[in-house]
Design a binder for this molecule. Structure first.
Ligand code: NAD
Length: 282
């Protein structure tokens, strides 16, 4: 993999990546850029970066082999435009954003063939480098989304970087990625946010939040995720998220109908089928 790295966005995911690399013997320099001084200071304190700055303009050392974008996906295009004025030709640029699709098309257009889209399928509702975890990627999938134009050596360098963290790399078309993760990640987050909203609505006269059962807590854990990050994901993967929400609404309506009409056998069959599919996951 590359010998030195610049991390843009010294937060939970970026910090987990660099801490994982350090833990597994990466000795190259790791530089960081983050809008917040506090994130730079914490990143240095945790050993996630060696030095850092609060803007790309401020970076004093552009002699790096790889740049990793680890900010919310809504910032990627702007950062890409700015970045192209600074990086050396041939520098590999990758990201770990949750949306790929047209973002990958745009970043490739802006940054050229050495841009490689990536998305680690690991995470948590917590943010900030203080919560970063060097073991986060062990045994987890990382999806890379090279296009037919992507430089093959750049892909290999990004693959090596992720394999060094203990992750398992898979390749996928960037647009297919957004449909898949729109369904299995963005929809569940939308549902968790909406469920809390529904409980707020129903708590007008009586505070239902005083009685959180274990199921409620399990189900809504991800509604504590960072609002900026999720706003950006929903907007950047808008069409797939909307399609997935529509399918979910019809499933809810199906279930509602079975309950309303007291179709006991059909309701049992529905729940049994769903339970089987869920248990197959484990
Ligand atoms: P985070 O909030 O912990 O970290 C993001 C950091 O980026 C923050 O420190 C913030 O100050 C900084 N930042 C924001 N805008 C910036 C800008 N314009 N320039 C420089 N720094 C900026 O968030 P995170 O959980 O680490 O998520 C980062 C990325 O990883 C997102 O794109 C997200 O979609 C992706 N991702 C997250 C998860 C997860 O579970 N958290 C999983 C997979 C992928």
């Amino acid at each position: 993999m590359a010998g030195s790295l610049l991390l843009i966005g010294v937060g939970f995911m970026g910090g987990s990546l660099t801490l994982a690399l350090r833990k597994r013997g990466f000795e190259g320099k790791i530089l960081g850029v983050d809008l917040r001084e506090e994130a730079i200071a914490k990143g240095i304190e945790r050993g996630a970066i060696d030095r850092g700055w609060t803007s790309l303009e401020g970076v004093e050392d552009w002699d790096v082999d790889m740049v990793v974008l680890a900010t919310p996906v809504g910032t990627f295009r702007g950062i890409g435009e700015e970045l192209k004025g600074f990086v050396k030709r041939g520098t590999v640029i990758t990201d770990l954003g949750s949306v790929k699709g047209t973002l990958v098309d745009d970043l490739e257009r802006i940054l050229g063939r050495t841009f490689v889209g990536g998305h680690p399928i690991a995470g948590t509702e917590k943010s900030g480098v203080q919560n970063s975890n060097p073991n986060l990627f062990e045994g987890k999938k990382v999806i890379l989304t090279p296009t037919e134009r992507t430089d093959r050596e750049a892909v290999e360098k990004v693959r090596e970087m992720w394999e060094k963290t203990g992750a398992v790399v898979e390749f996928m078309d960037a647009h297919l990625h957004d449909w898949v993760f729109g369904a299995v990640s963005h929809l569940p987050h939308a549902v968790a946010f909406a469920l809390i909203d529904a409980i707020i609505e129903m708590s007008r006269d009586f505070d239902l939040f005083k009685y959180p059962g274990a199921g409620f807590k399990d189900f809504t854990r991800i509604a504590a995720s960072d609002p900026t990050m999720w706003r950006d994901i929903f907007i950047k993967n808008r069409e797939n998220t909307l399609k997935a929400i529509d399918v979910y609404i019809s499933s809810l309506k199906k279930l509602r109908g079975l309950i309303e009409e007291e179709k006991i056998d059909d309701l049992t069959a529905f729940l049994e089928e769903v339970k089987d599919r869920r248990m197959n996951l484990e």
